[in-house]
Design a protein around this ligand. Structure first.
Ligand SMILES: Nc1ncnc2c1ncn2[C@@H]1O[C@H](COP(=O)(O)OP(=O)(O)O)[C@@H](O)[C@H]1O
Ligand SMILES: [Mg+2]
Length: 232
């Protein structure tokens, strides 16, 4: 049996007294693309923060390749080969695009040149400050910066939200390429159709609980119910 790249069991996460996650189970096998769907405020970001130790769960366990990482600081969990593209991109505004790209670099297949081949439009922007980039450029840079850590798992909290259609298509195409290359991904987005085309398995969160889990075929077999769960 394959050891999951990442496995979370029974996560309960709080903000102060507010109990937000009520027993989340999630597993990602090597190379798999798992999507996390749900309306605003249902706990997608909190799930990601729990996995990465940014908001540690009060109960439950997170394992990376079988090793328990719950309780480790976020940088130690990241060192296990997990990279985050956060909500709002997290670009350093006062660093140049090039500095943003190389600040967390680790040796491997993804070099600045390889990232610039993936996002050619960043090439002309390398000397601009993070704050001077458009939303689309910031998202490309955020993905590029994550890839520069040469991760085994890339987590995107909002793959294409707020971006122009052309940039969105580019990002979906990059995610297909990562999938083809065997890099695992956990993807949050509002666009259901590309998620169903891309993902191996899907989760829908409702109020901090998993209301649906299944592959794309199972998702479509329950499309009506699932769309109700996602309706704003
Ligand atoms: N820092 C915080 N402090 C208190 N409550 C929070 C905080 N962040 C999120 N929440 C609450 O936790 C719930 C889940 O939020 P979140 O994980 O951001 O949802 P999603 O990413 O699915 O939109 C919401 O009710 C939200 O208001
Ligand atoms: Mg969120």
């Amino acid at each position: 049996m394959t050891v999951p790249l990442l496995e979370a069991t029974g996560l309960h996460t709080y903000y102060g007294a507010s109990h937000v996650l009520h027993g989340i189970d999630l597993r990602i096998l090597p190379g798999e693309c798992v999507t996390l769907m749900g309306r605003n405020g249902m706990g997608k970001t909190t799930t990601i923060r729990s996995l990465l130790g940014l908001t540690p769960p009060r109960a439950g366990e997170v394992r990376v390749r079988g090793k328990i990482v719950t309780g480790l600081p976020p940088h130690r969990i990241a060192q296990e080969g997990i990279a985050l593209i956060p909500e709002g991109r997290g670009i350093f505004p006062t660093l140049t695009a090039r500095e943003n790209l190389t600040v967390a670099a680790r040796p491997g297949r993804w070099t600045p040149e390889a990232v610039l081949d993936l996002f050619p439009s960043l090439r002309a922007r390398l000397h601009h400050l993070g704050s001077q980039l458009s939303g689309g450029e910031q998202q490309m840079l955020s993905i590029g910066r994550a890839l520069m850590t040469n991760p085994e798992l890339v987590i995107l909290d909002g793959a294409t939200e707020g971006l122009a259609p052309l940039v969105r298509r580019q990002i979906w195409s990059v995610l297909r390429r990562l999938r083809a290359e065997g890099t695992a991904t956990l993807v949050v987005d509002k666009e259901v159709r590309p998620l169903l085309e891309l993902g191996d398995r899907h989760l829908i969160l409702v109020k901090g609980r998993i209301a649906f889990a299944g592959d794309s075929q199972e998702w479509r077999a329950r499309a009506e119910e699932n769309l109700v769960l996602l309706r704003a």
